[in-house]
Design a protein around this ligand. Structure first.
Ligand code: SAM
Ligand code: DTB
Ligand code: SF4
Length: 338
């Protein structure tokens, strides 16, 4: 199967328009060629700097331009981050994602984030940060700290973008993604559904992601979490099948990427989440909190996994140890039988 980077809008729209069963069948087929269909990667989020952001993203609780009743918080001390990462690890998360409400980090703040990355990395977890726009030098410092993933979402289509954010351009987002990619850091980039965009906009956002020179290793698909006081509060809810369709098409377009069922799970039924996994989602946020809003209880997620026969993916290190044990076992068995 070839991985393409030349999708047309019409092709993507045709996929989104398929009868639901045909789309699900195709997506499941693609998914099974590259992934264990019953294995889900889990990441836990922590907001390391909350609120008072100078950007005006219409969906976000953290913009200083919106009157939300969010409690602001300065950059967290290292020991608090360490404690939260340990808790996430103990619950089974393999990746720890730290988010900061910045348009871009200052060099001084970046140094503190670098310390956080080193600490979490030394605890044996994969690291991800989302800090806004980066200069090349800053991306280089993150790379040297051993960062595994940088999250920077395109959020929506280039055509719809101006309805959601006015303080930066789509090109600014693409530029930061290119800087991160050029340094060999894994890219996590996706978007938000349910902001009033059309199906064509969803197709156009997916085309931007799928036609990048290299697909993001991780593609988060968020459903808008409606926060009172934000301009997008009160937007008509999106049909859940539209979300499932978008996940299925993401899977087909980017067959090797992890597709993350991201924000909005508290509003989803168990049945809807099961359909998202069937459509090819194989990653999710795990733990009671996203950045500033709620996520399902870890216990509820474990129960759902049990009912669906799903299991958590181990870290790469654990997988490597398992493989090593496996091959040692094979050598031992071969010796016993010879
Ligand atoms: N400030 C940085 C930035 O914008 O890149 C990092 C943090 S920002 C909160 C990370 C991402 O969370 C956004 O790009 C957006 O896709 C997602 N997000 C924020 N608020 C959301 C909401 N209410 N519903 C769904 N997704 C949201
Ligand atoms: C992503 O795509 N979704 C996460 C993570 N990347 C940083 C954030 C979701 C935030 C939801 C709203 C909130 O909790 O503030
Ligand atoms: Fe700031 Fe990021 Fe929220 Fe936009 S999404 S307001 S940049 S924290």
């Amino acid at each position: 199967m070839t991985t393409r980077h030349d999708w047309s809008l019409e092709e993507i729209e045709s996929l989104l328009n398929l009868p639901f069963n045909d789309l699900m069948f195709q997506a499941q087929g693609v998914h099974r060629q590259r992934f264990d269909p019953n294995r889900v990667q889990v990441s836990t989020l922590l907001s390391v700097k909350t609120g008072a952001c100078s950007e005006d993203c219409g969906y976000c609780s953290q913009s200083a331009k919106h009157a939300t009743d969010l409690e602001k918080e300065k950059l967290l001390p290292l020991d608090e981050v360490k404690r939260a990462a340990q808790e996430a690890k103990d619950k089974g998360a393999t990746r720890f994602c730290m988010g900061a409400a910045w348009r871009n980090p200052t060099d001084k703040n970046l140094q503190r984030v670098v310390e956080m990355i080193r600490t979490v990395h030394d605890m044996g977890m994969e690291t991800c940060v989302t800090l806004g726009m980066l200069t090349e030098q800053q991306a280089q410092s993150l790379k040297e700290a051993g960062l595994d993933y940088y999250n920077h979402n395109l959020d929506t289509s280039p055509e719809f973008y101006g309805n959601v954010v006015t303080t930066r351009t789509y090109q600014d987002r693409l530029d930061t993604l290119a800087r991160v990619r050029d340094l060999g850091i894994n890219v996590c980039s996706g978007g938000i559904l349910g902001m009033g965009e059309s199906r064509r906009d969803r197709a156009s956002m997916l085309r931007e992601l799928a036609n990048l020179p290299k697909h993001p290793e991780s593609v988060p698909i968020n459903m808008l979490v409606q926060v009172e006081g934000t301009p997008l509060y009160g937007t008509a809810a999106l049909d859940p099948f539209e979300c499932i369709r978008t996940i299925a098409v993401t899977r087909i377009l980017m067959p090797q990427s992890y597709v993350r069922l991201s924000a909005g799970r508290t509003e989803m039924s168990d049945e809807m989440q099961a359909l998202c996994f069937m459509a090819g989602a194989n990653s999710m946020f795990y733990g009671e909190r996203l950045l500033t809003t709620d996520n399902p209880e870890a216990d509820a997620d474990r129960k759902l996994f049990e009912r669906l026969g799903l299991h958590f993916e181990e870290t790469r290190e654990l997988q490597a140890t398992e493989k090593e044990c496996d091959s040692k076992r094979k050598v031992r068995l071969a010796a016993e039988f010879s």
